[in-house]
Design a protein around this ligand. Structure first.
Ligand SMILES: Nc1nc2c(ncn2[C@@H]2O[C@H](COP(=O)(O)OP(=O)(O)OP(=O)(O)O)[C@@H](O)[C@H]2O)c(=O)[nH]1
Ligand SMILES: [Mg+2]
Length: 293
């Protein structure tokens, strides 16, 4: 049995969570066209007959301007420790800039194999790829360079095959039927948060947190209660929407994802609360990286 930990790092929005889902062939991590979607590291476990690979999805690394930004970076940096290999993901449609240099500087301080993944190749012409590769290769001595499309699963199988040689003779960290290290409650709250991210305007989702109140498990169904917590009244209005239209849409879409993940019928009950009515202010602040320690 060969196994190992592989962290997926890079700037926000490059497709890290999409890659994790693509490797697992399951929607586990939430994704959105807005940066800073992922707030917590999530492990996704990929098994083959003689291999176990534990992928660690991380928040996007960026020059932090807010407390939350600092918190997100910290989590991503933590994920560089205790792993066997690092996947540095970049978006080939973006030009190489300060943001990449910021990550590369960090990578140069760790003594680990780093594989450069050029993602979103479905969006560019083939002849644009080689100059990109050369640009990055001039900056850092990557152990491998692999172009992929996480969205279309293009070359993802090849990536897995390459990673096999970085796995070491080791134990199985997780049982075969375990796909992640995060809890059911976390997965459910994330699916709801994803819909808030996708459906609301740019400035709204970053101050929204979601928390599962309870899950009642029945034989073929689940009754789920989730609180959506915001920091001000006008956000509450936006999330509820005119005549409840927004909250209804969030609920419908989130329910579909939750049903898809757990393979059960789901009854989803959503509540929107402002922080002043929420009992667990500390937990809300912690999620936004604002906890005072
Ligand atoms: N065309 C195309 N789009 C992609 C690809 N991979 C990801 N995307 C899109 O890029 C956007 C960002 O994807 P995410 O997976 O959320 O990116 P991330 O790196 O996890 O972002 P953060 O969590 O914010 O750091 C989403 O709209 C994805 O659908 C790809 O290979 N091709
Ligand atoms: Mg992400």
């Amino acid at each position: 049995m060969k196994s190992g930990f592989i962290s997926i790092v890079g700037r926000p929005n490059v497709g890290k969570s999409t890659l994790l889902n693509s490797i697992l062939s399951t929607k586990l991590a939430i994704t959105s066209p807005k940066p800073q979607t992922t707030r917590n590291t999530i492990q996704g476990i990929y098994n083959e007959e003689d291999y176990q690979m534990v992928f660690v999805d991380t928040p996007g690394i960026h020059k932090p301007k807010t407390a939350m930004g600092k918190y997100l970076n910290k989590q991503a940096f933590f994920a560089l420790e205790d792993v066997n290999v690092v996947l540095f993901l970049v978006d080939v449609t973006e030009s190489l800039g300060k943001g990449d240099m910021f990550v590369i500087e960090k990578l140069s301080t760790i003594d680990k194999p780093v594989i450069l993944i050029l993602n979103k190749i479905d969006k560019i012409q083939k002849d644009k790829l080689l100059p990109k590769i050369e640009q990055y290769a001039a900056l850092y001595e990557f152990d491998e360079i692999i172009p992929i499309s996480a969205l279309n699963k293009d070359n993802v199988k090849h990536l897995i095959d390459v990673l096999k040689k970085y796995m070491i003779d080791s134990i199985k960290y997780y049982e075969d039927d375990q796909i992640t290290n995060v809890s059911k409650n976390f997965i459910v709250s994330e699916f709801v948060r994803e819909k808030v991210f996708i459906l609301t305007n740019e400035e709204v989702p970053h101050s929204v947190a979601c928390a599962v109140e309870k899950i009642e498990e029945k034989k073929d169904s689940m009754n789920i209660y989730v609180n959506i917590i915001v920091d001000r009244d006008n956000l509450k209005k936006i999330i509820i929407g005119r005549g409840g239209s927004m909250i209804k849409e969030i609920g419908t879409l989130a329910r579909k994802d939750i049903e898809g993940f757990f393979g059960k019928k789901v009854y989803l009950n959503l509540f929107v609360k402002t922080i002043k009515d929420w009992r667990d202010k500390e937990a809300y602040l912690a999620e936004l990286g604002l906890k005072t320690e």
